[in-house]
Design a protein around this ligand. Structure first.
Ligand code: 13P
Length: 253
């Protein structure tokens, strides 16, 4: 079974002082050595390097970006390229989060370019997919997710595809406290794995980690991860507080 992976998506939260206090309480925790899963956090672009430096002695802590631009460099005001991230030792990037799709107009075409660019540069895209409430109530969730996967993973090099991480994040469960049931998460993880077999092959599909995201916290994390189908979680709100995040990571063991 794949080792579980938990990434805390900090979104547009925290300043340096708050990150330092997160670091202090995280690093002082007596429970740190008992955490078996892989873990990381995704701060804003502004705080990536600060966070990376703080955690430099913690070799397990993955520092991920929340987005990346697919062009290497050029006249793209406000953007940060995958190449710049890589130069700074940032090798993971969340791509296609529903908030990016909704508020920044990240289309599947753009997301596909980002995934390909990251993969070609041996970086790890954490590709988010998921349906909204209307689509779920019309029972279109499988169709929506399949469409996203087929668009977003089009022309990805099969030799490197095992590095991809998929995060299933039903939009109606993000930040709402209305989490999907573990059965929903397992059912979708199985479906995604099946689609990945079609897109790539069985061997590659087996290697790709499939996470669940949407109101995961220290109390419910076990429900989602105590099975062989869901390989981890993408966590928003519950990753902001160090002691709660540690509890959550312990629950993922
Ligand atoms: P919440 O855990 O706050 O629901 O956010 C989920 C999310 O969007 C992680 O990317």
């Amino acid at each position: 079974m794949n080792k579980k992976l938990i990434i805390g998506n900090w979104k547009m939260n925290k300043n340096e002082k708050e990150i330092k206090s997160f670091f202090d309480s995280f690093s002082k925790s007596k429970d740190l050595n008992s955490i078996k899963c892989e873990y990381g956090v995704a701060p804003t672009f502004l705080d990536l390097m600060y966070t990376k430096e703080l955690f430099s002695k913690n070799k397990k802590m993955i520092i991920a970006s929340q987005d990346a631009h697919f062009e290497k460099s050029g006249a793209f005001t406000g953007a940060v390229s995958y190449q710049q991230l890589k130069d700074h030792g940032i090798n993971y990037s969340i791509i296609g989060h529903s908030e990016r799709r909704e508020y920044f107009n990240d289309t599947d075409e753009v997301i596909n370019k980002k995934v390909i660019t990251l993969i070609e540069n041996d970086m790890v895209p954490i590709l988010c997919v998921g349906e909204n409430l209307k689509e779920r109530s019309k029972k279109k969730h499988f169709k929506v997710v399949a469409k996203q996967l087929h668009y977003d993973l089009n022309n990805v090099n099969i030799e490197k595809a095992k590095n991809i991480v998929i995060a299933y994040e039903p939009i109606w469960a993000i930040g709402t406290g209305k989490s999907a049931t573990s059965e929903d998460a397992i059912e979708m993880a199985k479906f995604i794995r099946q689609e990945l077999k079609t897109l790539f092959n069985e061997e590659v599909a087996k290697e790709i980690k499939i996470l669940y995201g949407g109101s995961v916290n220290d109390k419910n994390v076990k429900e989602y991860l105590s099975n062989e189908f869901v390989d981890g979680a993408l966590v928003g709100g519950a990753s902001l507080d160090a002691s709660k995040f540690i509890e959550l990571l312990k629950g993922a063991n």
